[in-house]
Write a protein of this length. Sequence first.
Length: 327
Amino acid sequence: MNSLWLWLAGAVLASLLGTGLARRYALHRQLLDMPGDARRNHQLATPRGGGIAMALLMWLACLGLAMATGQWGWGLLAAGLAAVAGVGWWDDHRPLSIRLRFAVHLLSAGLLALAGIGFGWPLWLCMCGFIAALALTNIWNFIDGINGIAASQALLVTLLAAWLMTGAGQIFALLLLGVCAGFLPWNFPRARIFMGDVGSGALGYLLAALWAMAAATELRLGWLLALPLSACVLDATLTLLLRIRRGEKWWQPHSTHSYQIWARRLGRHTPVTLAYALWSLIAVLLALAFLRKMPLAFLPLACILWCTAGGMGWARLRKPVLNRNQT
């Protein structure tokens, strides 16, 4: 147990210091997000790319786990992470085409599926891991639009995973928890740096891997981990479906997620980030309550009911916008 605390503390400290170095680099290279962009919700020019520290630390962690466990799946996971983070880092420096980024995301999702074979996952879970990697890589990029929301949501998911899992999976979850905790003071409540595509894409990819590892350990854990993932997944997915329904160019940058609308309405980011965190914290507590008391057969229903409640909240947050567009 003491060694696990040391792993966690080391990850927090390394991420905290690494993000500071990334900020100095971003300021030197003038990698700044300017107000007024279609996706931006801030008022001041802010350096980006701080997530490179998180991505690099987790890449080293995957290599270390590969050497410690002898499982070649960790090496493939590291390769997929390098591809996602690499294309995001490039995009943070010079915008890339959507097709190129999506092609890299497909490759990385495939590497996660192959990693699952190395870990001994069943074929159906390898396929689910592929879909989860492709989805969460982009969802976390979409959700990274106000101060602290992407890192705090990932932190709560990894907190639950670290509690539920054992062995190498638990170490992986703890390290991911630590790098999120180390980044957060730089980004919340005041953003001194954004994580950028390098961080948001890498974070989504790692969460997909973590979810698949949990499901491989015990199917029950996969369902439970879906509960705190719901806030980001629902907001991104429902917003995307709404844009498609309206005939909008859904692949283009925008600022119409419910969390963004709410932040603009309030004129502040902090209450929105904290409200989303409260939703996910309640999901974590529910997952712990359901851990052994709820039969496995009822967990999908619990997830459906929880997501239904979340969908109703999503619609309520943007109701004035929906009504205005219908008139």
